[in-house]
Write a protein that binds this ligand. Structure first.
Ligand code: ADP
Ligand code: MG
Length: 261
């Protein structure tokens, strides 16, 4: 959760006036976002409003055409303009991606690897960390998310909720500065959803920095320091959970909330 000093600290993630188009289709039309250390920022909004695109741009999985992305005080260096704009510095891209790990709706575990291997893979191959050190960390993380007994199983042998918890352990194994969640519970049955919600709540309590795209308004209200409502690629309304959920200002957000609850 937010620390008192946070306003004077360098944000972990800062996005300024971000614009993103897919060809002719402008999907992000000038979006700003700030996450200080320990903040949970939730993104809510209708399907197609640009939430996933924003996360993918922050993580540099997608290029953007205008605006700044600043990671821990370090602005992304770009080359080219408009639709030709790309990150200029490969080492910086890797640094940012390994520090902002992403958890996807569809888990995206590697089917041919055991759960333990899934969690160990990136720290060993991308960061070049020592195998024994990584294995110990991976086992602890799998214990932490409640599936320590599934180390030797393959993804297909786990329930959706267990697979998603493995994916969270995998993201944590990189020891990132922030976690990016893209609708981590929306592919799950309601009873399995709660297992994953609990893990996300625990991470929030630990003071992890997170950007969370979610359709679960109760989760957003419970864990967020700041909630952003995206509508057609723009921030239509934002604020604390109380401001956004209890003192809703715009009609668009009112409509969205009454349709979701
Ligand atoms: P959300 O996550 O809020 O549902 P998205 O960020 O996935 O929204 O999508 C925002 C808009 O961008 C939608 O109109 C979607 O169709 C479009 N879009 C997303 N990904 C692509 C892509 N790879 N190519 C073209 N259009 C895309
Ligand atoms: Mg999405």
């Amino acid at each position: 959760m937010k620390e008192n000093m946070s306003d004077t600290q360098t944000p972990v993630i800062e996005v300024r006036d971000l614009h993103k188009s897919y060809g002719q289709l402008e999907v992000l039309k000038g979006v700003d976002l700030v996450a200080h250390k320990g903040d949970v920022v939730s993104l809510i909004g209708s399907s197609g409003s640009g939430k996933s695109t924003l996360l993918r741009c922050v993580n540099l999985l997608e290029d953007s055409q205008q605006g700044d992305i600043i990671f821990d005080g370090e602005p992304v260096h770009w080359k080219g303009e408009g639709l030709n704009r790309h990150p200029a510095d490969k080492a910086q891209v890797i640094r940012i991606r390994t520090n902002l790990t992403m958890v996807f709706q569809q888990f995206n575990l590697w089917a041919h690897m055991s759960i333990l291997q899934n969690v160990m893979e990136a720290p060993v191959t991308v960061l070049g960390e020592d195998l024994a050190v990584v294995e110990e960390r991976a086992r602890k993380l799998l214990d932490k998310v409640g599936i320590g007994d599934k180390c030797d199983n393959y993804p297909a042998q786990l329930s959706g909720g267990q697979q998603q918890r493995a994916a969270i352990a995998r993201a944590l194994a990189m020891e990132p500065q922030a976690l990016l969640f893209d609708e981590p519970t929306s592919a799950l049955d309601p009873e399995l959803e709660q297992e994953v919600v609990k893990v996300i709540k625990d991470l929030a309590k630990e003071g992890r920095t997170m950007i969370l795209v979610t359709h679960d308004m109760r989760l957003a209200a419970d864990v967020s320091d700041h909630v952003i409502f995206l509508h057609q690629g723009r921030i239509e309304e934002q604020g604390t959970p109380d401001e956004v959920f209890k003192n809703t200002k715009t009609e668009r957000l009112q409509q969205f909330l009454s349709a979701t609850v």
